[in-house]
Design a protein around this ligand. Structure first.
Ligand SMILES: NC(=O)c1ccc[n+]([C@@H]2O[C@H](COP(=O)([O-])OP(=O)(O)OC[C@H]3O[C@@H](n4cnc5c(N)ncnc54)[C@H](O)[C@@H]3O)[C@@H](O)[C@H]2O)c1
Length: 351
């Protein structure tokens, strides 16, 4: 096989779409999905590819350096696409250290394992680090994040991702590792854990449960369909220039409250409910501590230099997403019957 790619966090939301795309599109690559299977890891996301001969799974925590070294060795890893992370801002507010352990310590551990495995030929192998637009901080009503925008993380999650980005660039500079970093806006789509806004609303609308919206719902996010992010990762992995950073986004800004209203409207139509039924479920809850006002990505560089652009309009992507959740009740049941229920209660119903 021409490459043996370690994809970390491949059982999570975005990682599972990246794994599926690579396994199916590149049968001559060996794809090794390394994931600790935290509450966010779900191997059911990978059912379509789990029996493919070029797919391998390793249940390993990126904090475990011995296990990482062993995986690099045994699979002859040639390149890394690193997505494993603690990813939920609310969880980072209640337990910041968990984010330092996985996102910072775990990333440095992985860099060290790669550096050791590739000693003497660092220029031949790529370490691709997947990051977020949240590292740039919060925008007011004008302007966009560019690749050159100074980092200004505002939450424990974004601070830990910013630190991991800095370490990746430091390894490129200090040890001459071949690295690339991409910073993407908010993703939505199938297999999204229902603690995040869009799947949480779809699930609650379906079950006629309250729709918790932080503050007045005025916060603005730029949304990208997850499969378009996976396509962008494929593009950056194969065509990105070493040492560069690429912003990935959909030029698609929405206020949270407008997304919730759109979901209500579409789900009333799809479920044959009377117009306005779901909007009555909207419940404004106390705002998230330090809630960033607006994120907006300028994705011109990846469009112009690498020819990537989003394939879907937002409303098409939202339709596909709602239809997927309605058709995959088993997936939702399996997720929501776990410890997620307890967490959900603590987070929203205790307020
Ligand atoms: N979701 C978004 O909108 C978004 C946007 C931009 C960037 N990102 C970045 O993309 C990556 C993936 O995000 P996601 O939304 O798919 O996250 P996710 O929470 O759905 O998945 C994370 C995966 O990492 C695994 N994991 C967590 N800790 C681990 C550890 N210590 N060792 C090994 N595996 C571990 C989990 O089991 C899970 O499968 C993250 O790095 C995130 O910062 C996410």
């Amino acid at each position: 096989m021409s490459k043996s790619i370690l994809i970390t966090g491949g059982a999570g939301f975005i990682g599972s779409h990246v794994v599926k795309l690579f396994v199916e599109k590149y049968p001559h690559y060996k794809i090794v999905n390394l994931d600790a299977l935290t509450y966010a890891g779900n191997l059911e996301n990978l059912k379509e590819v789990q029996h493919e001969p070029n797919y391998f799974f390793e249940k390993v925590d990126i904090q475990d350096s011995d296990a990482l070294e062993e995986v690099f060795d045994r699979h002859g890893i040639s390149d890394v696409i690193h997505l494993a992370a603690e990813s939920h801002v609310d969880r980072s507010i209640s337990d910041p250290l968990a984010f330092v352990k996985t996102n910072v310590f775990g990333t440095v551990n992985l860099l060290n394992a790669a550096k050791k495995a590739w000693e003497g030929e660092l220029g031949l192998h790529l370490f691709y680090h997947v990051s977020t637009d949240e590292v740039y901080g919060s925008l007011h009503d004008g302007g966009f994040f560019l690749e050159t925008t100074p980092y200004d993380p505002q939450s424990p999650y974004s601070a830990s991702k910013a630190a991991s980005d800095h370490f990746v660039r430091a390894y490129a500079n200090t040890y001459k590792m071949k690295t690339v970093v991409s910073n993407c806006s908010n993703n939505y789509g199938p297999n999204h854990f229902p603690e995040k806004l869009i799947p949480l609303c779809i699930n609650n609308i379906k079950n006629l449960k309250p729709l918790p919206v932080y503050g007045k719902g005025e916060n603005v996010r730029d949304w990208l369909f997850v499969k378009d992010h996976a396509r962008a990762i494929d593009t950056v992995f194969h065509q990105g220039k070493p040492g560069e950073t690429y912003n990935i986004g959909g030029f698609n800004e929405w206020k949270n409250i407008d997304i919730v209203r759109l979901l209500c409207k579409k789900m009333d139509e799809k479920l044959g409910r009377e117009k306005g039924t779901s909007e009555k479920l909207i419940t404004f809850v106390q705002d998230r501590a330090g809630h960033d006002h607006r994120y907006a990505i300028d994705a011109t560089k990846i469009q112009k230099e690498l020819g990537w652009e989003p394939s879907l309009q937002f409303e098409e992507g939202i339709d596909l997403t709602i239809d997927w959740y309605l058709a995959n009740q088993d997936w939702l049941d399996h997720v929501t019957s776990g410890s997620y229920q307890e967490y959900y209660k603590e987070l929203y119903e205790g307020r």
